[in-house]
Design a protein around this ligand. Structure first.
Ligand code: HEM
Length: 249
């Protein structure tokens, strides 16, 4: 074993629980009983976004190294994490609209649309819409995590480069005799997009349920109407398009 002295470390110190559990500070006064859940679901989502970004970095390194099996393992983890993030939203389905209205005023202009990590995940995958990036940029430049994501190739271009390296055409993956690891990898990426879009759908439905379809967001958008439009965005248009080959164009 390693020679580290871990004798001073126990559960609470290892996980930094005193600090972690002191970071939830409801703004409502008197404190609204539902605000803690609202804060924790957002904070937990941001923690999972952190892990997701980390695992997407692992995926990118594996793709850059043309390592199909390591990429496959990474994409499987990315997909499970994306599901976990989506599932958490359901706890807020239990927040009745009249109760959210009691503390919404205390949120000021804070909105999930200002999440730098969310934009970094989108940018890493391949969505680099200048409109969103401008909205999140202070003094003209995006936050560092988004900036870092923008300097890298998109996931789609990395997987297409891997196919080229293996001298396999994308179309051929779908017409070959048996599923190969490369096929599973490409399908795994498509599944990431599908699960991410599922988060978008669950979120827009949550928003409609809690503030209604026509209410504007605290971030200044049209609310659910704006969010519904984001559901059809695509990270990997070429991976979706290849399916149409079987039906002519
Ligand atoms: C009561 C629950 C929630 C409501 C009513 C709500 C409402 C909204 C609204 C109206 C928007 C559109 C932007 C705006 O104008 O504000 C938005 C965006 C967003 N929200 Fe939520 N939200 C809720 C929960 C969550 C949770 C738990 C997360 C987890 C981090 C989250 C993350 C986001 C993100 C990332 C965006 C930007 C989405 C995009 O631009 O594609 N929201 N939210």
């Amino acid at each position: 074993m390693s020679g580290h002295d871990a004798s001073g470390i126990d559960y609470g110190t290892y996980l930094r629980l005193p600090e972690l559990l002191s970071l939830q500070t409801p703004q409502s006064s008197p404190e609204h009983p539902d605000e803690l859940l609202f804060i924790v679901v957002h904070q937990a989502s941001e923690l999972w976004f952190k892990v997701l970004r980390h695992e997407m970095d692992t995926l990118i390194s594996a793709l850059e190294a043309f390592d199909t099996m390591r990429s496959l393992l990474a994409v499987q983890r990315v997909n499970v994490l994306t599901d976990i993030i989506a599932q958490q939203l359901s706890s807020l389905d239990t927040l009745p609209p009249q109760r959210f209205a009691q503390f919404r005023g205390y949120l000021g202009s804070s909105s999930g649309s200002q999440s730098a990590q969310f934009r970094a995940i989108e940018a890493t995958a391949g969505l680099r819409d200048p409109h969103f990036l401008a909205a999140i940029s202070e003094h003209g430049s995006p936050p560092p995590e988004v900036e870092a994501a923008l300097t890298r190739p998109t996931l789609q271009s990395l997987v297409l480069a891997l196919l080229k390296h293996e001298q396999v055409e994308l179309d051929a993956l779908y017409t070959g005799p048996a599923p190969t690891p490369l096929f599973l990898l490409v399908e795994g990426l498509l599944e990431f997009e599908q699960r991410f879009a599922r988060w978008r759908f669950l979120h827009v439905q949550l928003v409609e349920r809690i503030i209604g379809p026509g209410t504007g967001g605290t971030g200044g958008t049209l609310g659910a109407k704006y969010l519904a439009r984001t559901v059809s965005q695509r990270f990997f248009p070429e991976l979706w398009a290849v399916r149409a080959n079987f039906y002519g164009r």
